[in-house]
Ligand binder design. Sequence first.
Ligand SMILES: [Zn+2]
Length: 340
Amino acid sequence: MDNERSAEHPVAGRDLVALPKAHVHVHLDGSYPLAAVRALAAKRGIDFDVPRSFPDVWSFFAAYVTMPALVDHLADLAGLCAELVRAEAAKGVWYLEPAIEPQLYAPRLGSLAEVTHVMVTALQDAGRATGIEVGANLTVNTDQDLPIADDLARLAAQYAGHGVTAFGTAGFEEPAGLGRFARAADIARAAGLQVVAHAGQTGGPDSVLEALDELGATRLSHGVRAVSSDDLLKRLADQQIACDVCPVSNVGLGVSRSLPEHEAPALIRAGVPVTLNADDELWFGASVVDQYRVAREQWGMSDADLAGIARNGLLVAGMSDATRSRYQDALAAWLAASPG
Ligand SMILES: [Zn+2]
């Protein structure tokens, strides 16, 4: 974390790694551990590095796709998926919902169906091995993938209850024309999947309305720019539409002015369910634990507040009832323990 205040004056409280967390806005390819990505790149003679900052969101998108391009074999893809799950488990993540985009690897490494199978299988196997639950959010890129959106939705539906819990959209929002993906969202919804849309990040309140009204999204990836509309905030609170917020990413891409001025506290005050997430740790260098540290140190949140945010993950994410029950007990135990 590039944060002088926290480095010099850490705020005391319970251990944030031990806080049971649902990590539900985490892009697979933007979140593999850096050491694993570097090792893979080195095998190809490439010195993979991460820029310190991005001048705009387009330069970020351009950098993002350089990582999947490093993967030459399905076995390497499976290995990276497993590395991600292991790394997240070590950070106290109980339920991981990675956004997977098989189209970033297909058809280069295989068909959409083959790549999806490798991803879902590797994530599930690693989840079982580490004792955490994993449910993928199969995500369509709204900038590129309209012709295959229905195929992706059908694939997501095929894995509903077997490793996929959500169907998502990501891409530039101004707004994004999400109505074009309504049929794909219907396919996913009919299979019992959640529909999760990126909105209120690069786009303003109109992009959030589009996600709600044209796609029927019940969760928003980001949603932070909804704070400029009181009517919209009220609607998000009334309908309990969750915002899966990523503070460090938002500052890194200029969506939010600074961590102390981040929009999450305003969303929470308005009654909107908020979860805290890393988005792309590989690129922004901050883990899910770091986001909770921001809430404690920059927004003055108590451990009860932080447990409340973690509890929102119970309410909004597609985890099993068994995990939800264990997670709830573990959250209560975390808060009952005396601060370290
Ligand atoms: Zn995102």
